[in-house]
Design a binder for this molecule. Sequence first.
Ligand code: NAD
Ligand code: GLY
Length: 376
Amino acid sequence: MLNIGVIMDSDFNNVEIDLEGRNYSIIIGDNLLDKPEIFNGRDFGRHAIIVTNTTVGKFYLERLRNSLRGKFDEIFDLILPDGESFKNWENLNLIFDALLEKACDRKTTIFALGGGVVGDMAGFAASVYMRGISFVQVPTTLLAQVDSSVGGKTAINHPRGKNMIGTFYQPKLVVCDFSTLSTLPSREFSAGLAEVIKYGVIFDRDFWNWLNSHLSSLIGREPVSLSYAIRRCCEIKASVVRQDEREEGLRAILNFGHTFGHAIEAGMGYGVWLHGEGVSAGMVMAAELSWRLGLVDADFVQLLIALIRRAGLPTKGPVLDANDNAGRYLELMRIDKKSEGGEIRFVLIDGLGKAMVRAAPDSLVRDVIDACCEQV
Ligand code: NAD
Ligand code: GLY
């Protein structure tokens, strides 16, 4: 049994994750990028390379570089193109090219400055470069602060399937500076809310209730609400990962809405629907399937739709194939990491705050897809 403890560190007000000796902190706060002391007392080696993208780099690269100044012999940076469509081998290779070109040895730390795309790719590169070097997550989207920067999943996409190639590799530190969210476009902020809603539905009825009453202040990016939501999501994620770091069972519940959502992302072409948008329509589909299997009542599905709509997110999936839409979804969903022997396994809701993973008859899934999709 793995031992991840989630405790509040009174000095820094962090969430601490202890994972069998690979413990790390998630520091959550305002303007952390301007507080170089958060990096003090940690051994990150001689070289730092900040991996970011063209959008985030313009806003935050200099601030992070300034905070790291004096702590390394050399600080390099690599600016990747921006977008989900660039989360592939070609761009992953740019990270290896930069590391080798700068003669980075094993005493190098990669700082992933950006959203989930940068974080997943930089984490993947760190996990395999010279068989593993340190990396630090500096997430700058809501989605990355509440989900992708924590828990150690790294990946790139394959044209046939989302996040199909990757590793489990934990960062040394996660720095969630929620002041960076001030520049995040509202469509991206909403996409992050999809994962926030997910945590309430699968794990925490109280958090679900809190979300229903605080959604407006969250959308207004009010710091107290933001920091509470980010903290609670990180705590929930840590407590799931504690029990199942490598997704041999329980961790799959964090993929609520993702089986349908990944099909939407791949089927539409990466980047057309944002990850969080696919997840939100996917959560409605998974809730509808849960209802059709008798696990929840119809009211629950309506409450979920209402909250997702208030968050500015889609409640219907797109039609992926005008001739056989359900068939196309099923084809894409069979290429899912939860599938076993070609059988699709869904994360379903078994009462608010409780999730389970199970298969469902294709005919029922087809009915759900027919009921939950519209032409976009
Ligand atoms: P993203 O990384 O593409 O970022 C969204 C957009 O916002 C990008 O255009 C980015 O440049 C821009 N941006 C980022 N920070 C900004 C800021 N502060 N101000 C202005 N613009 C900013 O997308 P995302 O939603 O952060 O992440 C989605 C990715 O995360 C997907 O690839 C998904 O598969 C992955 N993911 C991984 C995990 C995991 O456990 N590893 C979990 C959930 C999602
Ligand atoms: N976002 C799913 C997971 O980290 O397991």
